[in-house]
Design a protein around this ligand. Structure first.
Ligand code: ADP
Ligand code: MG
Length: 347
């Protein structure tokens, strides 16, 4: 054992994969989650089921761990700040505060001179009219969005329904005529050393990631720019851990940041089988202050996300030597829910 106990907030598949990586690095894990059936409890050394605002349970959790990290970004920042007073939270809560808020996130990226989609902050229907140059566009809730939840396509002003009361804050983004989507995963260590994975090409269906592959079919310029931007962003945030930058490439070959995930990312599942160190191993190493190791690619790869009922067919399949099936062991099958994934290594 490395004598380190890592606390992980969240118990989904990303939490499970973090726990599995931690085990190989001899780091003990304690997961806290408000999902009683969260699959990560199968892989954690200890599981605490609790609402995130339960002070006693949080205290118990904090008392048992050395460092805290998280598998999803929509945790109230006050709770992360509270924990951070006693045990270090990595990535820092301040990073989470910026990134879980689309307006702050996009402003931060633009201030670095890095392009995003064109966007505006929206509080009411008049704001949409003011920014009609962004139509056709996508209205997104400013906070708490994931897998396309909280997104509304607006083709014209008539799509803004009269009875909409704009109870939340939104941003309106111009719809990009997409050529491709890619992502870059970067792991940054406490001393600033980084491992940058090669760009991953992603295909989304109904705003949910369906397929990822390396190598991405992109030119050298985009490849370098995507990696450089990720490095600039991680350095500026003084980031520690694995992080993902999602990009759009438009029809004119412009590279635009879509969003940042301050955590391990779905598109990085293929790093488990294609590299000497996965994004999960690197995340654990970075947040626990373990030794940096040089990244080495072993193979090209493709990853297929298995959604909803599709899992049933996969559960009875047999797989070839270069195919790796991951079943997240979720108790209930729901439409579009991420139930597992398959990675296929390629020449
Ligand atoms: P989430 O926070 O739910 O991941 P994203 O903003 O990443 O939301 O959107 C999910 C997907 O929806 C994107 O990966 C992309 O396929 C599509 N999408 C989102 N915004 C735009 C846009 N402005 N133009 C074109 N496609 C978009
Ligand atoms: Mg996204």
């Amino acid at each position: 054992m490395s004598d380190i106990t890592l606390g992980i907030i969240g118990s989904g598949q990303l939490g499970s994969l973090l726990c599995q990586a931690a085990k190989t690095l001899k780091v003990k894990t304690i997961v806290i989650s408000d999902d009683e059936h969260g699959p990560a409890q199968e892989y954690a050394d200890q599981f605490i089921f609790s609402k995130y605002d339960n002070k006693d349970k949080i205290k118990e959790f904090v008392g048992k761990v050395d460092i805290v990290t998280y598998e999803f970004e929509n945790i109230p920042v006050e709770i992360l700040n509270q924990i951070n007073k006693e045990k270090k939270v990595l990535p820092k809560p301040e990073i989470n505060r910026i990134i879980q808020n689309r307006k702050l996130e996009k402003s931060f990226i633009n201030e670095l001179g890095i392009a995003t989609t064109k966007w505006a902050f929206i509080e009411n229907a008049e704001d949409v009219t003011k920014h009609k140059n962004l139509l056709p566009g996508i209205l997104k809730t400013n906070t708490l969005g994931y897998d396309g939840h909280g997104q509304f396509v607006l083709n014209s002003l008539t799509d803004v329904k009269k009875d909409w009361c704009f109870t939340a804050d939104y941003i309106l983004e111009k719809k990009v005529n997409l050529k491709k989507e890619i992502s870059v995963i970067i792991t940054r260590f406490i001393d600033g050393e980084t491992s940058i994975y090669e760009p991953i090409e992603n295909l989304h269906k109904d705003q949910i990631l369906k397929h990822s592959k390396i190598p991405a079919d992109i030119d050298e310029k985009i490849y370098k720019q995507a990696q450089n931007n990720a490095k600039i962003i991680a350095d500026k945030l003084d980031y520690v851990g694995s992080m993902c930058v999602e990009y759009f490439i438009d029809q004119d070959n412009n590279l635009l940041v879509n969003e940042i995930a301050p955590r391990v990312h779905n598109s990085g599942h293929l790093t488990i089988n294609a590299f000497n160190l996965s994004q999960y191993h690197n995340h654990i190493k970075a947040v626990c202050g373990l030794k940096f190791e040089k990244l080495k690619k072993n193979s090209n790869a493709e990853m297929i996300n298995i959604l909803g009922k599709e899992i049933e067919e996969y559960r009875s399949k047999t797989f070839k030597e270069d195919e790796f099936f991951f079943d997240y062991g979720k108790k209930t099958i729901k439409e579009k829910r991420k139930m597992g994934h398959l990675t296929i290594l390629k020449k």
